[in-house]
Write a new protein. Structure first.
Length: 205
């Protein structure tokens, strides 16, 4: 997992509330067995018209926001089913950070375990950022996980809270597997001792 410390990047404003995981990655794409390649299906039903063409009215199809790594959204982002594919799709598309007033709990956990920082700001603060992202060309934000701040070049600056353990994992780039491998030596020693005990038991028998 790629470490997250400080990110300065283009911002895409998705001014919608209650965006659920079926909208983030529709159910028809959950048959895939890989964890990669989901980016092209992100917000599929919103990005495409009924005929399969890209909908120019949808924010992520707007050339102004191509390459954005920070997504602004409304409250209760990531609600609905607990599918981890939603985090995979956002990450595969290129997003490293989502800023919203609130997130669904399971999605919040899934995103963090996949290297995506979720930042909770007040509705008023998110509204300010949405307006700037919609009206200022090439609008960027700097998100510092180390300092726990969000800022821009127009004078906006806000702090955010994050669980210390999640902060540590994101800064170090550790997912669940990475955390386990930090104890690889102890695990190997345990396995060796276990195998030795089994060998001795079999020999005595």
């Amino acid at each position: 997992m790629e470490p997250f410390r400080t990110l300065t990047a283009l911002v895409a404003p998705l001014d919608r509330t209650n965006v659920d995981t079926d909208q983030i990655i529709p159910k028809q794409f959950l048959k895939r067995i890989e964890r990669t390649g989901y980016g092209e299906f992100l917000f599929f039903d919103w990005r495409r018209t009924a005929t399969g063409e890209q909908d120019p009215a949808f924010v992520l199809n707007d050339p102004r926001y191509h390459g954005a790594k920070i997504l602004l959204a409304g409250k209760n982002f990531g609600c609905g089913s607990s599918r981890e594919h939603a985090a995979w799709a956002l990450g595969d598309f290129g997003f490293r950070c989502v800023i919203a007033p609130s997130f669904a709990d399971i999605f919040f956990s899934n995103a963090g375990k996949n290297g995506i920082l979720l930042v909770k700001l007040s509705e008023d603060q998110v509204t300010i950022l949405q307006e700037r992202a919609q009206t200022i060309p090439s609008y960027t934000l700097t998100v510092s996980l180390e300092e726990q701040t969000v800022s821009d070049s127009q004078g906006f600056k806000a702090g955010f809270e994050i669980d210390p353990f999640r902060k540590f994992c994101l800064i170090e780039g550790l997912d669940d597997i990475g955390l386990t491998l930090r104890h690889a030596a102890a695990l190997d020693a345990f396995e060796a001792k276990h195998d030795q005990a089994g060998w001795l038991k079999a020999k005595i028998a």
